[in-house]
Design a protein around this ligand. Structure first.
Ligand SMILES: Nc1nc2c(c(=O)[nH]1)N(C=O)[C@@H](CNc1ccc(C(=O)N[C@@H](CCC(=O)O)C(=O)O)cc1)CN2
Ligand SMILES: Nc1ncnc2c1ncn2[C@@H]1O[C@H](COP(=O)(O)OP(=O)(O)OP(=O)(O)O)[C@@H](O)[C@H]1O
Length: 210
């Protein structure tokens, strides 16, 4: 990986910065960002989405609670990942309620695999994937925790989309304004986000058409 050391340093800085904001401030930004996302979804001309994949926040990440609850109220399927540490891959589940979550890898809450229904990518792709990040740049660069989970997951999506003759889901970062970086180091395997939504609204990366 060309940028391994540079990314490691950038991760430490970005995590420290994100952690430095008081929780109440982060929650207020999170709620506004969720509302910005709902506004964007509602003004889109294309057919209404029927499913989205979204992360359950941990550490000081942008809190997705309001967006998830809005989806539940509006009949949109909420697909949540579960980390498989051994392979650094993610399994998907269809989440209906908060009590379906249990503590998982890295302390991230995840769907209880014993009781929650699996979501099969070979049957249906999510319309949108909302991705977490430590930092973003305006060209779509995204800095993750370094597990390669979302990059590997994107490979799976590409395969499933090709098999089904479908378009790839929109790949959208959620974060605070304070998480913008001048330039995030990107390696060959890194997938750029189509857009980033913050408390100030949506910034399109390469995808001006969204
Ligand atoms: N909410 C959420 N879920 C997510 C992610 C995420 O960023 N946010 N991930 C996005 O990919 C994956 C989890 N990735 C993770 C990768 C590493 C560490 C972690 O604790 N790393 C150590 C350093 C490890 C090392 O370098 O030895 C650390 O940060 O202390 C946590 C999560 C999948 N699920
Ligand atoms: N598509 C892939 N297939 C195989 N290995 C990959 C893939 N993408 C990333 N990796 C490996 O995963 C490791 C972490 O990559 P990277 O630092 O880009 O993660 P990240 O994007 O910060 O993390 P995440 O996607 O989990 O948020 C690297 O060792 C990289 O080589």
């Amino acid at each position: 990986m060309r940028h391994a050391e540079e990314k490691k340093a950038a991760r430490l800085l970005a995590a420290k910065r994100r952690d430095s904001f008081p929780e109440q401030q982060r929650l207020a930004w999170s709620d506004t960002t969720c509302q910005q996302t709902v506004d964007w979804l509602q003004q889109r001309k294309e057919p209404m989405i029927s499913s989205m994949m979204i992360y359950i926040p941990f550490r000081s990440e942008l809190d997705t609670t309001l967006l998830i609850e809005w989806c539940w109220r509006n009949g949109i399927s909420v697909i949540v990942p579960r980390c498989v540490k051994e392979s650094h891959t993610m399994e998907l589940y269809l989440l209906h309620a908060w009590d379906e979550l249990v503590p998982g890898a890295y302390g991230i809450k995840e769907p209880d695999p014993a009781t929650v229904k699996r979501w099969d990518l070979a049957v249906q792709l999510p319309d949108i994937v909302f991705v977490p990040g430590l930092a973003f740049d305006t060209r779509g660069g995204r800095l993750g925790y370094g597990g390669g989970y979302y990059d590997r997951f994107h490979d799976q999506l590409r395969l499933a989309a090709a098999e089904q003759g479908k378009q790839l889901p929109l790949w959208i970062g959620l974060g605070y304004e304070a998480q913008w970086a001048d330039s995030v180091p990107m390696d060959e395997h890194d997938v750029a986000v189509d857009a980033v939504i913050t408390e100030h609204g949506m910034t399109r990366g390469r995808a001006a058409w969204i």
